[in-house]
Design a protein around this ligand. Structure first.
Ligand code: NAI
Length: 466
C-alpha cells in the first residue's frame, strides 16, 4: 500500500509527527522496531525523572528533619522502585499507542531501511511506499577506547536505569547531563559517586554561566558527589574487590561499577541513506535545509539525527512543525529558544542565551538576579539554594535568556521560554502580577533587579554591562 507519509522511528520526534500527520488526514505509517516512545519514554527522560522523583523523597526526608519531622531510616526496595518506574513507562507508551491508533496511524513493529526514493524495506521482507519519508531514528550512546558496554562492569545509562543494584562505589565517566543526573540519583540511593570529566568544566556543552555551574558543583560536593575535572579516563582493570578506573597520568580510582556517559551520536549509519543520496556531516548528523528536508527530495529528518540539542522536546517540536508543513504551514524553528531542564540537585533550567553568549554575540546587556533565599515560598519549603538570572538587551529590555538553578527549576522555566520566544521585555514580566507566595516570583524579581528595582533584595547586583 502507498502512504502519504512513512516515518522511521517512534520516539518523541517520530510519534509526534505521526500523530499530527494523522490529525491532518494524511495516510501515515510509523515504523518502530522496539517499543513506542523511543529512548525518551523507555530508557531516558521518563525513567530518569521517575527515579529522580523517587530518590528526591530520600533527600526530602533529610530536609524534613530540619523542619522538626523525623522518619526512621528509609528502607529501599530496589525491585519495587524498578517495577514502579516500569509502570510509569508502560502507562505512557500504551497511551502513545492509543493516541496513534485513534488518529489512524498504522504502527509497523519492524525494522525499516530506505531502499530507494519513497521505498522502505522492512525486516519481514515487505516493502512500504510513501510520498514522503521522515527519518526519526534517534541516537545511541558513544563508547570510548578502553570501555565497552559489553563489559559487565561498564554500564550505559540504560543499564543504570534498570536499577539492578546499588553499587557501593560508582565511577561516572562524563560530567555531562546524563552523567550528572544519574550521579545525583545513585548518590541519593547511597552509592559513593565520583564523576570523571575530561574537560576543565562539567556541563560544557550546555550554554550555562559560570556562576550556575559553580553553584551546582558546590551542591554536588555538599551531597557527597566527588567531581574530578580535567581528568581523562583511559580504561579499567578488574581487581579482587571491584574495578580500578585507569586515569591519565597513572592514577587509579577504585570502584564497583562504571557508568559511561560520554555523549551520544546519531543512529544514521544503518538507514540505507546511500540508496537515495541523503548526506551526513563528518559526525553522522543528517544534513537538512530549513524545511527539514535532506539532500534527497521528499526525505526529511528530525530529532537527534540532525544538528541541534539532543532533546526530546526539540525532536517533537520539529516533528510537529514538519507535519504542519505538509499541510502548507511555514516552518519557524529557533534552536536558541529551546529550553533545557537538567535534573540534578538542585535542578538547572535555561531558555535563550547565557550572559556569556549574549556578550559574545556583541550584545550590551542588563543582568538581573534573585536568590531563592529571598523567596518566602522557597524558605518555607526549606529549599533556599539557587538563584534566578535574567539577561536582557540594554537598549530594548527584551529578554534574551534566563537561567534558573534551584528547586523546581524545570517547571519554572516555561514562563521564561514564552518570554524569549515572543521577545517579551523585562517590563512585560514585571507588569504581570505573580501570585504570592510562589517560586515564579523569583523570575519577576530578577527582572526587577535588572532595572535596579527588586523589592526583596538590595539591588547591589543590578549592573549595566557592555
Ligand atoms: P554530554 O555531551 O552532555 O557529556 C559527555 C561528557 O563526557 C562531556 O563533558 C565530555 O567532555 C566527557 N568525556 C568524553 N570523553 C571522556 C573521557 N575519556 N573521560 C572523561 N570524560 C569524558 O553527553 P551525555 O551526558 O552523554 O548526554 C548526551 C545527550 O543527551 C546530550 O546532548 C544531552 O543534552 C542529552 N540529554 C539531555 C537531558 C536533559 O536535558 N535533561 C537528559 C539526558 C540527555
Amino acid at each position: 500500500m502507498g502512504y502519504d507519509v512513512a516515518i522511521i522511528g517512534g520516539g518523541p520526534g517520530g510519534y509526534a509527527c505521526a500523530i499530527r500527520c494523522g490529525q491532518i488526514g494524511l495516510a501515515t505509517a510509523l515504523i518502530e522496531e522496539e517499543r513506542l516512545g523511543g529512548v525518551c519514554l523507555n530508557w531516558g527522560c521518563i525513567p530518569t525523572k521517575s527515579l529522580y522523583a523517587a530518590t528526591k523523597l530520600l533527600a526530602g526526608a533529610e530536609r524534613a528533619a530540619q523542619m522538626g519531622i523525623s522518619f526512621s531510616k528509609p528502607e529501599i526496595d530496589l525491585k519495587q522502585i524498578a517495577e514502579w518506574k516500569d509502570g510509569v513507562v508502560s502507562q505512557l507508551t500504551d497511551g502513545v499507542g492509543t493516541v496513534l491508533e485513534k488518529n489512524g496511524v498504522e504502527v509497523v513493529h519492524e525494522r525499516g531501511k530506505l531502499a530507494g526514493s519513497g521505498r522502505i524495506d522492512l525486516s519481514s521482507g515487505r516493502t512500504i511506499e510513501a510520498d514522503r519519508v521522515v527519518l526519526a531514528a534517534g541516537s545511541r550512546p558513544i563508547e570510548i577506547p578502553g570501555f565497552s558496554f559489553g563489559d559487565e562492569a561498564v554500564w550505559s545509562s540504560t543499564d543504570a536505569l534498570a536499577l539492578r543494584e546499588i553499587p557501593d562505589r560508582l565511577a561516572v565517566i562524563g560530567g555531562g547531563v546524563i552523567g550528572l543526573e544519574l550521579a545525583t540519583i545513585y548518590r541519593r540511593l547511597g552509592s559513593a559517586v565520583s564523576v570523571i570529566e575530561l574537560l576543565p568544566e562539567i556541563l560544557s556543552i550546555v550554554d550555562l554561566d559560570r556562576r550556575t555551574v559553580a553553584t551546582l558543583k558546590r551542591s554536588l560536593k555538599a551531597i557527597g558527589v566527588e567531581v574530578r575535572t580535567g581528568t581523562k579516563a583511559e580504561g579499567f582493570e578488574t581487581v579482587d574487590d571491584g574495578v580500578d578506573v585507569l586515569l591519565e597520568g597513572g592514577s587509579r580510582l577504585a570502584v564497583d561499577r562504571i557508568l559511561l556517559a560520554v555523549g551520544r551520536r546519531p543512529k544514521s549509519e544503518d538507514l540505507g541513506l546511500e540508496t537515495v543520496g541523503v548526506e551526513t556531516d563528518d559526525r553522522g548528523f543528517i544534513r537538512i535545509d530549513d524545511r527539514l528536508e535532506t539532500t534527497a527530495e521528499g526525505i526529511f529528518a528530525i530529532g537527534d539525527l540532525v544538528p541541534g540539542p539532543m532533546l526530546a522536546h526539540k525532536a517533537s517540536t520539529e516533528g510537529i512543525a514538519l507535519a504542519d508543513s505538509f499541510d502548507g504551514a511555514a516552518i519557524d524553528l529557533d534552536h536558541d529558544g529551546i529550553p533545557q531542564a537538567i535534573f540534578t540537585d538542585p535542578e538547572i533550567a535555561s531558555a535563550g542565551v547565557s550572559e556569556h553568549r549574549a556578550k559574545e554575540d556583541g550584545r550590551s546587556v542588563l543582568v538581573g538576579r534573585f536568590p531563592y533565599a529571598a523567596l518566602g515560598k522557597a524558605l518555607g519549603m526549606s529549599e533556599p539554594d539557587g538563584f534566578f538570572q535574567v539577561v536582557a538587551g540594554e537598549d530594548d529590555h527584551r529578554i534574551l535568556g534566563v537561567q534558573i538553578i534551584g528547586a523546581e527549576a524545570s517547571d519554572l522555566i516555561s514562563e521564561a521560554a514564552v518570554a524569549v520566544r515572543h521577545g517579551l521585555s523585562l517590563e512585560d514580566v514585571i507588569e504581570t502580577v505573580h501570585p504570592h507566595p510562589t517560586l515564579p516570583e523569583g523570575l519577576k524579581e530578577a527582572c526587577e533587579n535588572a532595572l535596579g528595582r527588586a523589592i526583596h533584595v538590595v539591588n547591589r547586583s543590578a549592573r549595566k554591562e557592555a
